[in-house]
Design a binder for this molecule. Sequence first.
Ligand code: ZN
Length: 185
Amino acid sequence: MTKLVARLILAMLILPVAGAVFLFMAFAIFGNTGPPSALSLSLMWLVEYAVIGTYWVLLWRSTVRWTRERLLGTFGVTLAALLCGGIGAGFIVEVSHEDIALGILVGGGLVPIVWVFGTVLVWKETSQERFERVKSYGTDTVSCPVCGYNMTGLKEARCPECGGSFTVDELLTAQQNREEELEQS
Ligand SMILES: [Zn+2]
């Protein structure tokens, strides 16, 4: 099993892990006193966010290039996720005739969903970063001008990943331009 396959399996397991932690807290810690109160639900979500955040960051930390923009983006995603949870909770409280516990239960669940989606978008390698990474393998490489896929050794000038189709001179010009950009930066 390669590292990437292991990471993908662990990424898929985040949902069952989070669900198991939530059920454990609901039944083992807060379950004896009837339906959980708004306070215990809030505490459960806080623990849940800590578990999901730690799990996700530890899983992808070494594969993400932590630029300033990415750190700021991650902070923005966290705020946006909390905001979505707040709006969702407010909406549920409104339509359920002031059932605050239900609002927290449902709204709280939106936060990790929005956060995980957001981090995927923010942490994803840009095509320029991919270009630089491919470039660092060796000097004689040709990358896709659109997505940065390593097209070295292909028998046709069509990117197998994004489907972009180019002429040979377009590929060479794009490669030169990017290399010049890289030298200037
Ligand atoms: Zn491509």
